[in-house]
Each structure stands twice: as C-alpha cells, then as structure tokens.
Design a protein around this ligand. Sequence first.
Ligand SMILES: NC(=O)c1ccc[n+]([C@@H]2O[C@H](COP(=O)([O-])OP(=O)(O)OC[C@H]3O[C@@H](n4cnc5c(N)ncnc54)[C@H](O)[C@@H]3O)[C@@H](O)[C@H]2O)c1
Length: 445
Amino acid sequence: MPTRPVTAVVVGAGNRGSRYAAYALDHPDRLKIVGVADPSDIHRRTLSEAHGIPESRQYKSVEELTAQPAIADAAINGTMDTLHVPTSLPLLEAGYDLLLEKPFSTGESEMWQLVDAARRLDRRIMVCHVLRYAPFYRAIRERLETGEIGEIINIQTNEHVSYHHMAVAFVRGKWRNRAEGGSSMLMAKCCHDLDLIMWMKHGVRPTAVSSFGGQMQFRPEMAPDGAGTHCLVDCPIEADCLYSARKHYLDQPDRWKFYVWRDLEHLDDPTPEQRLELLKNDDRYGRCVWRSDNDVVDHQSVAIEFADGSTATHNLVGGTSRPIRSIHIVGTRGEIQGVFEDSKFVVRQIDPTPGQDYSEELVDLRVTGDMSGSHGSHGGGDLRLVEDFVSFIRGEPRSISCTTIEDSINGHLVGFRADQSMEERRVMDIPESGPPLPTVGRGLR
Ligand SMILES: NC(=O)c1ccc[n+]([C@@H]2O[C@H](COP(=O)([O-])OP(=O)(O)OC[C@H]3O[C@@H](n4cnc5c(N)ncnc54)[C@H](O)[C@@H]3O)[C@@H](O)[C@H]2O)c1
C-alpha cells in the first residue's frame, strides 16, 4: 500500500475540474494536485492558488503539459465535451491515467479512438458517472445483488430537467447546440441514466435501441405574442414571462452562477448593476428562450432491448416544474421504485399468501444521513467518485460503482445510436462486436 498521495494534474480547471480537485484539500494524504493546464488565466490562477501549484507547473495548454514526461500519476480532465478526446489522447501518450468527464466522446468513432488508445497504452480511465456513487443508486444496485426481486424484466427511468436548468444549459447555455456544445441533449444530460440502466443490467448486453423526440417548446413559432428578442432590452412581456432572464438570473444570482456570471469572474463581487449590464449585452443568457440558436431536443424517449429479452425505457423531459430523476425496476419476483431527489425507494415483493398481494419495504436514505452535503453534489456522488478514483489509481479493489472506460462503452453506444434512431426514424442494432462486457457486479467490494 503506497503511503504517498496519488498525484494529479487538472486539465480544464473550470467548474467540474476544480470541484473534483477540491477533494485533495480535505484529503492531502490521498490526493495531491501538482499541476494545471488551462488556457484561462483566471481558472489556472485560482486552482493554482488553492492547491499551491508553482508557476513552473502551470500550463496554458495540454500540448505544453505533455511536451515533457508525465509530472503526476494521473490527470483529471474537466474540459468541455468536444475537448475530451483531443486532450485525453496526448495525456494517455504522455503516461497519465485519467479521470475523465462525461460524455467521454461526442460520437462513436471518437469513442473508439480513445478506447483503442487506452487499450494499446494500457492506461486506466475512469469516467465521471457520478450517479453510480450517489447512495440512492448504489443502494438500489446493492439490492439487485441480493436477487430478491428476481431477474429484471424491465427498467423505466425518467429525467425531468427543470425549466430553469433547461433554459440555462440547453436553450441559452453551453449545450444548446451541437456545433458549440458537441453533445446531443440526451448525451449531455442522460448519458448518466443510460449508464445506470447498463449498470443495473450488469453484464447483459444491449442489442437494439429506438428513440423519438424533438424540439417542441423552445423554437420561434412557440414564442408568446409580443415577445422580444432579449428579455431586458426589447421585451414588453418580460414581467409575465416564466423564462425572464431577470427572474432566472438577477433575482436568483447564485443558482447558476458558474454559467451565467462567467464573464464577470474577474470581479470579486459583481454588483447587481454589473450583472444587469451583462445580461443586457449578453447574447446567451439575456436572450429570449424562443429565439435562441438552440438545436438540441427538449424531450426525447428511448427504448432499449437487451440480449436476455428484457427491455428498458428512458424519458428525458425538459422544462418541468420540478427536477426529478426516477427509476422503476421490475423483476420476476418484485420491483424497486424510487425518486432520486426524495432519496427514498421502495422494494416490493410478490406475496401470494391469502389476504396479501405484495410486501413493501421503504428505504429512506435521508434517515441514515447518507445524502449529506459533505460529499459534494449529485446526491453525494461527486467526491465519493474522486475517493474511488484514488483507490483505482492505487491499484486497490474496484468499488461496485467504479466506471472504467470499458464499463462506459455500452451506455455511450446506446446514446449515440438512440440519437441516430431519432434522426433517421429507424431501429438501431447495437453491435455485438463491442468490447469485453463490464465485470461489475457479484464478487466486487
Ligand atoms: N459528471 C457530471 O455529472 C457533470 C456535470 C456537469 C458537467 N459535466 C461535464 O464536465 C465537463 C466540464 O464542464 P464545466 O461546466 O466544468 O466546464 P467549464 O467551462 O467550467 O470548464 C472547462 C475548462 O476547460 C478549460 N479549457 C478550455 N480549453 C481547454 C484546453 N484546450 N485545454 C485545457 N483546458 C481547456 C476552460 O478554460 C475551463 O476552465 C463537460 O464535459 C460537462 O459535460 C459533468
């Protein structure tokens, strides 16, 4: 057992990269951040100050970092979707193992490029499927291991993206169109849910997928009568609008601050006037949600078939009042059903005894304190993931949640082919010639 901490460089020191790196501040015996590569002066400096990184180990690009032999055991890659593969390939070549954000590629051929490089160079890549680490999903996964609900017949998952999250990320924000964000909304938002479905089906291969969806709400034809183009510039109905930039951002300045106020991050504490001015002149967050240049869907449904004949469906719905992720797993002996945000699920079992239909057990994770905020966001998943990454790099036994790039392939394949199915209006096979199946499940810690 090594006694020194695992060392890591952060590539892309934005919102996610710096959040994962923060684990090192609380656990200096396990992780030390020794370098950073980011073209943003502010992000490079902020992360360097937090972790005491000397100037000689601050790099403006991945090329600059990888022009020398690896300076750390691993790299935490928190760049945006389009940069995941282009930045990871040189990192792998230079000798780094990787903690890599999701979706780990923007398409199938890019996906295989990275998988092939990791296999050829024998590097370890863990993909940031943080929800596998949330106590809610982990507890459900562990209940499946007991066999108490029998063999899985069907899995139903739903993700409802709230109206303000939809607007800030997928209508006005970074993932509003494929050209800029690189990913479809399904891949940007629900590659987690597809991954969870694959994880719950542990070891059973997906064989086919079909999908429908589209842009229903956030397009010019749907704009309310009289709507302008920019909420705080030319919109006479702003005061009555559910999507007013004033209501979403000025009245709640902290809610999406790492997206909306990015252009003010050089200021320690922007005033309300500076924020107002930004929104008036900003062609992203200040613009009308019906007149943006978004091309990603606002709702999509996916149906998946597995090699054992079982099925799964996932519904993505954007613009809802309440954000919800829900899951319902139906097995031959019972079922598991719950809502992530409630951190509760029920386990039902068929009970044919006279006077009974089924038994029901409520599992309330809040009662056990498992949803504590001390492990970051995503229901406690973020920092548990980094903890496991450190163990993974140290060569310690993999946890049941650990998602290597090999484990992540089927979920990504289903997502890419679901999008193709939706666009081409046909059922897509999932190729059998894929990689070795994930070995998560029985026998693991
Ligand atoms: N796991 C999750 O649940 C989760 C949640 C949110 C976002 N994400 C993913 O995390 C990734 C990052 O999102 P974010 O919101 O943190 O983005 P961000 O914009 O805050 O951070 C990206 C950083 O990369 C830097 N960068 C740009 N070009 C670079 C280059 N060539 N080399 C190195 N650094 C470069 C930027 O300056 C910025 O600091 C995205 O892929 C997103 O999909 C994952």
